[in-house]
Design a protein around this ligand. Structure first.
Ligand code: PMP
Length: 401
């Protein structure tokens, strides 16, 4: 029956990791993977996660029964407080609801699916150019036409704010606009507060719908409030919106698939209606969400001592990444590598758009066994004190040759 179906290409990122693993060269470097590594290049289990998990395992009162369709209530409530701020008036007005999802990907999917059913305007789904490689497939899968809005300016490796605003202005009224809440993937370039205000102005005047994706809260700057600023600003301005949260990066719970989809609505009545329909969609999709990861997240978010410890763990991760940005920048400056490199230290989060071209990436791979995507994106988490010099040497070589 299936002999005629076309062979799908392998996923670029997962394929890159497989090639890296098969490489036997001792100094090989993997800068493709979007997961935190410690300075020894190893996955890092957050100490607070270990502690919370141990307490859960030792708790004889827990069982492995099904969760409710919308997920673990204390987890959902804490997720809402985390992204909006505990004293957000929208919470007090009972116009915020949330569904537990299969990590950030599942939140994007459920949010897209919900809009494909209940958003009455037939409009395109706008994503930044470039964006996370999975955004378009997710929204196409639920029936949306996706379109790009300008984002990255390769001339200065920064934000093309004029192009961005022009594209949002010319988009059909009521379009859905995907916004990266912080630590834009793949560029590491975020709008400034003033730029966010200008973006909000256009979204408001064109009656667009803001769809926030927040995969790096606390991981980006080490400051949970700062990384949630844009979302909170939009809520304060009175937008109805949704926001996807992932706990993959900020808790290091990649494989546990802990995530949340939150809606901020006009009033409590709309909130109850949306929540009921989300439950109906979730039931037919996954019946009910997974338990273990969100138990850990919920324990940490709802316990002031563990929460405080978590914020320290976040600083360890974001601090190491920003040290590596600085170390890489310093080396390139020391080598007088042609070009400007300020963007390495100005960009934020796990990824950096280096500005390296596909032909240079090829040499990095073939001559130096350094693995990164063809668009020149590097995961800063793959850089350590022991390989930063090797990487800088290699960049210096490919830029000069
Ligand atoms: N959105 C963005 C922008 C991301 O970078 C990621 C992680 N790569 C996700 C969503 C979702 O990741 P996960 O499903 O692992 O939470």
């Amino acid at each position: 029956i299936f002999q005629e179906i076309p062979l799908a290409p392998p996923d670029v990122i997962f394929n890159l990791t497989a090639t890296y693993k098969a490489d036997t060269f001792a100094q090989k470097v993997n800068l493709g993977v979007g997961a935190y590594r410690d300075d020894a290049g190893k996955p890092w289990i957050l100490p607070v996660v270990k502690k919370a998990e141990q307490a859960i395992v030792n708790d004889s009162s827990i069982d492995h029964e099904y969760l409710p369709i919308l997920g673990l209530a204390p987890f959902r409530e804490a997720s809402i407080r985390l992204i909006l701020g505990a004293d957000n008036s929208a919470i007090k007005e009972n116009r915020v609801i949330a569904a537990q999802t299969i990590s950030g990907t599942g939140a994007n999917h459920l949010g897209g699916l919900f809009l494909s059913r209940f958003y009455s305007k037939k409009v395109p789904f706008y994503v930044s150019n470039p964006t996370w490689a999975n955004h378009k497939p997710i929204f196409n899968n639920v029936g949306f036409e996706t379109k790009d809005y300008a984002y990255f300016n390769p001339k200065n490796n920064g934000l093309d704010i004029d192009g961005l605003l022009a594209d949002l202005k010319s988009a059909p009224e009521g379009s859905i606009i995907l916004l990266h809440a912080c630590a834009h993937n793949p560029t590491g370039v975020d709008p400034t507060k003033d730029q966010w205000k200008a973006i909000a102005d256009v979204i408001e005047s064109k009656k667009h719908f803001p769809f926030f994706d927040c995969a790096y809260q606390g991981f980006a700057s080490g400051d949970l409030d700062r990384d949630a600023w844009a979302v909170r600003y939009f809520v304060e301005r009175g937008f109805e919106l949704l926001v996807c949260q992932s706990y993959a990066k900020n808790f290091g719970l990649y494989g546990q698939r802990a995530g949340c989809l939150t809606f901020v609505l006009r009033n409590a009545d709309a909130a109850a209606r949306v929540s009921s329909q989300l439950a109906k969609l979730q039931r037919s999709e996954i019946s009910n969400p997974p338990l273990h990861g969100v138990r850990i997240v919920s324990k940490v978010l709802n316990d002031p001592n563990l929460y405080a410890e978590w914020t320290e763990n976040l600083k360890t991760m974001s601090g190491r990444i920003s040290n590596m940005r600085k170390a890489l920048y310093d080396k390139l400056i020391q080598y007088k590598t042609p070009g400007t490199w300020e963007h390495i230290i100005n960009q934020i989060g796990m990824f950096s758009f280096t500005g390296l071209k596909a032909s240079q990436v090829k040499v990095l791979k073939e001559k130096y066994h350094i693995y990164l995507t063809d668009n020149g994106r590097i995961s800063m988490a793959g850089i350590s004190t022991s390989n930063v010099e090797y990487f800088a040497d290699a960049v210096n070589y490919v830029v000069r040759n």
